[in-house]
Design a protein around this ligand. Structure first.
Ligand code: AMP
Length: 409
């Protein structure tokens, strides 16, 4: 299939890397400026509201998906008039507004922290009264990697925070004194073909298959630095099994409600209280997610492969893990130890030829420890403070120690 991806960052790169191996081809819609998908398919550059450009992008595309949801809703809706978009534009819409998102979580049976809408200065006092202090003021839309948010500890400074966020519509939510943060990553997909029992599940009356499958990856433990994901460790330990089961059922319900196709990530704060453990849903990403990068080496089927399988309506792959995994983001700079891999025991620059693309992006670091490995993914983006330039994943019983040792040379 020819797959059209809206966006051209590292998520698009890794989706295409997985999809080329499955025999698909790719077309990308990206804004003007640098992108990191040129080697992976045809790149259409320009203004996402330009209908002529959208038509050009849509030409020859069998199915669309997106690696970035914060694009104009009208763009996603216009594209879905040319070919199916999976997940649908409605799934992106929920995640674009933090108030709608919280209400959606609640409707599915998930806990959320106290929150109130702040549309103008006059809303601040009542919102502060409802939510209490400390609180977080966040823009309702366009926030990512901790951008567009201010912590408020003193109500006298709330207006200043609102002004710093340019007086755009905001949400005020209580600051959660969490013990740790996790994400749940799930994939839902239909496939036209045989069920486990061998029966065909294709509906007799339409092209839509009649049954969907949902698989969950193990919970991911996430540590952030300055609002940006720093490290993910899998499996996250310390989540009560019955609470995890209840939460997964709620996420599955959300996916059913949205008739979701593809990877969905939901992030949670975990609080251990004297009366038990609480999982508080913070936000969702209707796409592949940074906290799932470990799955490339750490799971039987990566989040990227499963997303492609779901959007092309092929049977999903197993989300089981091989061993413990630790992923660390390379933000702002690439550590010297990776720029000069001769400092490490052994190295290998992998050049892969897949379809038309030759991909030289993966440095595999062989640490000579049995059944342990570390892989560095360098996305090929120019360095800038706070920019995600790559990540490393260590797999094996000693993954945490191994990851640190590779980074520190
Ligand atoms: P977000 O953009 O909502 O994912 O926020 C980025 C990170 O900031 C989260 O992963 C948390 O570490 C922190 N954070 C955001 N909102 C809150 C909150 N209400 N209480 C405590 N920490 C928060």
């Amino acid at each position: 299939m020819n797959i059209g991806i809206v966006g051209g960052g590292q998520l698009g790169q890794m989706l295409a890397h997985a999809g080329l191996k499955l025999g698909h081809s790719f077309k990308f819609l990206v804004p003007q400026g640098e992108c990191c998908v040129e080697a992976f398919g045809e790149v259409i550059r320009g203004d996402f509201t330009d209908t002529k450009l959208l038509r050009e992008f849509a030409r020859g595309v069998d199915v669309f998906t997106f690696e970035w949801e914060n694009v104009p809703q009208a763009t996603l809706e216009a594209l879905s008039g040319f070919a199916p978009m999976r997940p649908s534009p409605a799934c992106a819409k929920v995640a674009k507004d933090r108030i709608q998102e919280k209400k959606f979580f609640q409707a599915a049976g998930l806990n959320v922290q106290k929150f109130a809408a702040v549309s103008c200065e006059a809303d601040l006092a009542s919102a502060l009264e409802h939510v209490g202090l400390p609180a977080m003021l966040k823009t309702r839309g366009q926030g990512y990697d901790g951008k567009g948010q201010r912590r408020i500890t003193d109500s006298a400074r709330a207006l200043e925070a609102f002004e710093q966020l340019a007086n755009v519509p905001c949400i005020l939510e209580s600051f959660v004194a969490f013990d740790f943060e996790i994400s749940l990553i799930a994939v839902r997909g239909y496939h036209i073909g045989a069920t486990a029992s061998g029966a065909t599940i294709k509906s007799a009356t339409s092209n839509a298959p009649s049954a969907a499958t949902i698989y969950f990856y193990p919970p991911c433990l996430n540590q952030h630095v300055n609002g940006i994901l720093h490290k993910t460790s899998v499996p996250a330990e310390g989540v009560l099994p019955e609470l995890l089961e209840h939460t997964q059922a709620a996420v599955a319900k959300m996916m059913e409600t949205l008739d979701y196709e593809g990877i969905l990530c939901v992030e949670f704060f975990v609080r251990n209280t004297p009366t038990g453990q609480q999982l508080i849903a913070n936000e969702m990403a209707p796409r592949v997610h940074n906290s799932g990068h470990w799955s490339i080496e750490g799971a039987v089927t990566s989040q990227f492969t499963n997303h492609i399988l779901a959007v092309t309506r092929q049977p999903l792959g197993s989300t089981a893990t091989h061993a413990k995994a630790v992923m660390i983001n390379l933000v702002g700079t690439i550590p010297l130890s990776l720029e000069a891999p001769e400092n490490i025991n052994a190295h290998l620059l992998v050049k892969e030829s897949i379809g038309a693309a030759t991909v030289a992006r993966t440095v595999v670091v062989d640490t000579h420890e049995q059944n342990q490995n570390v892989t560095a993914h360098i996305y090929g983006k120019s360095p800038r403070p706070g920019r995600k330039l790559g990540h490393i994943t260590a797999v094996g019983e000693n993954a945490p120690r191994l990851a640190e040792s590779v980074l520190n040379g």
